[in-house]
Design a protein around this ligand. Structure first.
Ligand code: DMJ
Length: 640
């Protein structure tokens, strides 16, 4: 068919001459430029900007900074934060596995029968939000074909719950253990009765607390308790918890959550529950949730931001209170254990790549006096200020270095090197001795020492203890001594109070020794760190004083924190006419009571030969690739 040109109609077919067409296009482009430019004059046109600008063009806003206490103050102050997006590079590979496969406990005839207080964290999100690049979901799910639970169990040295569920022979110790079990049941029953499905129990008002640390996620106390209930043999309670996870744990929530808290409590809790029980449900939920955390890593450096929307937008922000839109060392440095296990279970390398990339950056960047400051820009990859602390904001980063090494069956030499180098810098710059002879970890503010130690920093006794064996052999005793001295100091912070519970922070200046000097530091919110160090030091030394100290804590908790309907934190440890804070923290169930229970159990209940505890006390198994890949193990498993 031939088309003929009609008279008076231009070639364009629109009935316009060339000059008319040119004028029209000129007018149109002027109009578009005007409209687009106007966007930048609108008062806070973030949402519109988001549509038109690339993510990297929206820069973070500078805000104030703070210590752990400052954090609390800042938590309620909304600040604008920006976000950027870029993919992190895949990083370093773990050294090839070298150790011999263990002799499995089954083969030896042993047989089996589990910077960041929880208050109303105000997730003050940015008004300058933009959509983070969304990671596609299809290829991140758990791949049950590749991980063999049976094979994993064969590669453990000991049955997870020990020979007799860790029951101690000594009757007094057993009685004490039973007491702790009763405390757990009491805390759980009250949570179930008054706050079921909410995040935490408010024991005085007998209702539930949701808070906003977990976005729209619910049931933090349930997920945090799964493994504790299981190892204590509270099976009805465990089954209720499992059923709730199955029917009611909704991961498609849309709120803004702390990446760190969701990781350590929910991902950690689900992973442990899976490894202890073999219930696929927990594995699938852990991987599904892990996938939702990935968009937080979409920054120019791959260092994740602290706050993430778990919904479909996958947007992420820096905390409003964090210096200059920075990410927090203790938050982005406390993902490694869980993420490596997510890769292990899903066969998806992305999780390990993300955390290896963090490590790669931290290795490269210059460190003042070898120390790691608490704030890092996820945009530039530079430190934002020089506040160093082994307590809040820094703490679990160091913990995860040594535990990454231990969890890799001692093959992850990078983690080992980073840990011991950091520890040397800490010893050279932060470790102090008080006039009264107490060893403590001061904080460091750009070269100036703040002679304060937070309750959170008391985990370091246990950390230095479990790392003592793997440093230079001549330093083994030195590290054990240091661990014991720090644990002793933390115990002193308890014994010097009227309630025999320790304050949130204690000082070593102005005549103070291991005591809080500020009113605002006198509270105790059922934290675990001191008891955690007792538990590790007991396992490492079997010095009976650690069990005695643990029992003192049980008595103090019973006397001052137990109320009619649960356990509550207290506002001032220096007075016995206590004022309760009306909050039963989920970490009381997952950590404080679990560490107490382990302290009064035999060492083969969750043996340290097989397990490392994440920073919320969720046990994760040591990954023994040499055993998992061993043909004999495979054949044995296949023939069953
Ligand atoms: C827990 O959530 C974890 O131990 C975290 O690492 C720091 N603080 C609380 C308990 O104090």
């Amino acid at each position: 068919m031939v088309f003929r040109k009609l008279p008076g109609v231009s070639a364009s077919g629109m009935g316009l001459r060339l000059s008319q067409k040119f004028m029209f296009l000129l007018f149109l482009s002027g109009l578009v430029t005007l409209c687009f430019g106007a966007l930048f004059f609108l008062p806070d046109s973030v949402r519109l900007k988001r549509i038109f600008l690339s993510k990297t063009e929206i820069q973070p806003v500078t805000v104030g900074s703070g210590s752990e206490n400052d954090v609390r103050e800042h938590l309620k102050r909304p600040k604008d934060q920006g976000m950027t997006s870029a993919k992190g590079e895949a990083g370093i590979k773990l050294k090839s596995q070298s150790r011999k496969p263990p002799v499995s406990y089954e083969a030896t005839e042993v047989r089996l029968a589990g910077g960041k207080a929880q208050e109303d964290l105000n997730l003050s999100r940015s008004k300058t939000e933009s959509a983070s690049e969304k990671v596609t979901s299809s290829n991140h799910g758990a791949n049950s074909d590749t991980f063999s639970y049976k094979k994993f169990r064969r590669c453990l040295f000991k049955p997870p719950l020990g020979r007799d569920n860790g029951r101690p022979v000594d009757p007094q110790t057993n009685e004490r253990r039973e007491k702790v079990r009763e405390m757990m049941k009491f805390a759980w029953d009250n949570y179930k009765r008054y706050a079921w499905g909410k995040n935490e129990l408010r024991p005085l008002t007998r209702n539930g607390h949701i808070g906003n640390m977990f976005g729209g996620l619910r049931g933090a106390s349930i997920v945090d308790s799964l493994d504790t209930l299981y190892i204590m043999g509270l099976m009805d309670e465990y089954n209720d918890a499992k059923e709730w996870v199955k029917t009611s744990l909704d991961l498609n929530s849309n709120g803004e959550a702390s990446l760190f808290e969701v990781n350590i409590r929910y991902v950690g809790g689900l992973l442990s529950a899976y490894y202890l029980t073999g219930e696929e449900l927990f594995k699938n939920k852990a991987v599904e949730l892990g996938e939702k955390l990935l968009p937080a890593f979409n920054t120019p450096t791959g260092i994740p931001r602290g706050v993430i929307n778990l919904g479909s937008s996958g947007t992420s922000w820096s905390w409003g209170w964090a210096s200059a839109g920075s990410s927090i060392l203790a938050e982005f440095g406390t993902l490694h254990l869980e993420f490596v296990h997510l890769t292990e279970l899903s066969s998806n390398p992305v999780y390990t790549e993300k955390v290896m990339n963090i490590r790669k950056l931290l290795n490269k960047i210059e460190k003042p006096h070898g120390l790691y400051p608490n704030f890092l820009s996820p945009v530039s990859g530079n430190w934002v200020q020089h506040h160093v602390s082994i307590g809040g904001l820094g703490d679990s980063f160091y913990e995860y270095l040594i535990k990454s090494y231990l969890m890799s069956d001692k093959t992850d030499d990078d983690a080992k090197k980073m840990y011991y180098t950091a520890l040397e810098a800490i010893e050279a710059n932060l470790v102090q001795k008080s006039p009264g002879g107490l060893t403590y970890m001061a904080e460091w503010r750009g070269g100036i020492l703040d002679h304060k130690m937070g309750h959170l920093a008391c985990f370091s006794g246990g950390m230095i203890g479990i790392g003592a064996d793997d440093g230079a052999p001549e330093k083994r005793q030195h590290y054990l001594d240091l661990a014991a001295e720090i644990t002793h100091t933390c115990h002193e912070s308890y014994t010097r109070s009227a309630t025999k519970l320790g304050p949130e922070a204690f000082r070593f200046d102005s005549g103070a020794e291991a005591m809080a000097t500020r009113l605002s530091d006198r509270y105790y919110i059922l934290r675990p760190e001191v008891i955690e160090s007792y538990m590790y030091m007991w396992r490492l030394t079997h010095d009976p004083k650690y069990r005695e100290w643990g029992w003192e804590a049980v008595e103090a908790l019973e006397q001052h924190c137990r109320v009619e309907s649960g356990f509550s934190g207290i506002r001032d440890v220096y007075t016995t006419s206590v004022s309760h804070d009306n909050m039963q923290q989920s970490f009381f169930l997952s950590e404080t009571l679990k560490y107490l229970y382990l302290l009064f159990s035999d060492d083969d209940l969750l043996s340290l030969e097989d397990w490392v505890f994440n920073t919320e006390a969720h046990p994760l198994p040591i990954i023994r690739n040499s055993c998992l890949q061993d043909d004999a193990t495979q054949e044995k498993t296949a023939s069953e």
